[in-house]
Write a protein that binds this ligand. Structure first.
Ligand code: BGC
Length: 411
């Protein structure tokens, strides 16, 4: 009996753990936690008990490593926050529950933007639920510091470099940026768009066209990136994106470049937006809308039944929930039938810019934030771009040669 006791106890613990639905995510900052709270509330209201499994790290790279390890061990979480082409990759190995029945009953094809539909449907139909649509090519500006320095918001990258230099010479930290690949590389995406245009971005960082990668235009973008690294210094502080946002909030840094989860953090900390911290399109964004989208996948397993997955998907596809969730998250809804009259002004701008971009072929998927290419090539290219930023001994030709060889082995 004594020997059996631990076994019985273990069985008891694992059974009670199984009663909860586990959600793996990387929403750990103040704004993300506020949005997660909305999600939790919605599940509570539907009598669904859940356990959040948070993995720190903007962009979700670490969360994806955890997912892989757990799936290999046969212990995948029930629900996972996932992005873009990764949805198809996980569906290809037959791991995902179909959401087709609920999607059909609730007319997801009409309720969601075609862009949301394309991302969340595979050849098996719906295998993921779209939650939010984020804009990435934003310039967040500390208005107090800008005013004190008597500078104006830069609208192209030449001005941006000049304004950053001036701020630095006046003793103000120009850019809130931490030593994280994902943060640094988002900056590069905006430089590629702003200096080369939307088609150039698409051909180089989405289609991986080697001729375009090996071009004077790409060398120019890398040169701007290198100049920024000289201004910020290559030894960046060891901080996550939300700590960088805190520098902006505390009037310690002039700019931050990055997605509108930054807005979620500003709102959660009651910062006056756009009066204290303003939102502007990244320099020379020329009406482009660089996006990523959060989705949820529902993983097949014995203890997580398809019917439970469908109930949860129904609760989280709900219009009122998706409204509240996105309002807190700083994003705009991935459903097309949500009015955003009571959202923040930056979200209203995002919404207008998104519609303009969609109608003019200017909505473009973020490579660094997992929306454009397969995860293996993405990881390899990202580490080359980051290495170039951190190490001035790496030349533009070195990084171009390496990206080309990744592109060629990806064909
Ligand atoms: C996710 C956002 C998240 C951000 C920072 C992005 O990849 O799409 O939901 O807020 O990473 O953690």
């Amino acid at each position: 009996m004594q020997r059996l006791f631990p076994i019985i106890l273990l069985a008891f613990i694992s059974n009670s753990a199984l009663a909860n639905t586990e959600i793996l995510h990387w929403w750990t900052s103040p704004g993300e936690q506020a949005a997660l709270h909305v999600l939790e509330q919605q599940l509570n209201d539907h009598n669904i008990s859940y356990t959040p499994s948070a993995v720190i790290g903007g962009g979700g790279d670490t969360a994806m490593m955890v997912l892989q390890a757990r799936a290999l061990a046969g212990n995948a979480p029930d629900i996972v926050q996932l992005e873009g082409p990764n949805i198809k990759a996980w569906d290809d190995i037959g791991l995902l529950y179909s959401l087709n029945s609920i999607a059909k009953d609730e007319h997801w094809d009409e309720k969601f933007y075609p862009l949301s539909v394309n991302i969340n449907k595979t050849s098996h139909g719906y295998v993921a639920l779209p939650l939010s649509l984020h804009r990435l090519n934003w310039l967040w500006v500390n208005q107090r510091l800008l005013k004190r320095l008597q500078l104006s918001v830069p609208t192209n990258w030449t001005d941006m470099l000049e304004v950053m230099e001036k701020a630095k010479n006046a003793g103000v930290q120009p850019l809130a940026l931490g030593a994280r690949q994902w943060q640094v590389n988002q900056l590069f995406e905006s430089i590629v768009i702003g200096t080369g245009g939307v088609d150039f971005y698409l051909s180089t960082l989405v289609d991986l066209d080697v001729k375009k990668i090996n071009s004077a235009q790409m060398r120019y973008a890398l040169n701007v990136f290198r100049r920024i690294s000289k201004i910020t210094g290559q030894t960046l502080p060891n901080m996550d994106w939300d700590t960088a946002t805190k520098q902006l909030i505390d009037d310690k840094a002039l700019f931050q470049i990055g997605g509108d989860w930054i807005l979620g953090d500003l709102l959660a900390q009651q910062i006056a937006v756009p009066n204290h911290i303003g939102c502007y399109s990244a320099p020379s964004a020329v009406n482009s809308y660089l996006y990523n989208m959060d989705s949820l996948i529902f993983v097949k397993s014995k203890h997580f039944e398809h019917s439970t997955a469908i109930n949860i998907a129904k609760a989280l596809a709900d219009k009122a929930f998706q409204t509240q969730f996105n309002r807190s998250k700083g994003s705009i809804p991935s459903r097309r039938d949500i009015a955003i009259d009571d959202f923040n002004d930056c979200q209203k701008k995002s919404y207008d810019d998104f519609h303009y971009a969609i109608n003019n072929g200017l909505a473009i998927p973020s490579m660094t934030d997992s929306m454009a290419i397969n995860p293996v090539a993405q990881q390899a290219i990202n580490s080359e771009i980051y290495r170039f930023f951190r190490n001035s001994a790496v030349s533009d030709n070195d990084v171009i040669t390496r990206i080309i060889s990744i592109a060629e082995s990806n064909e």
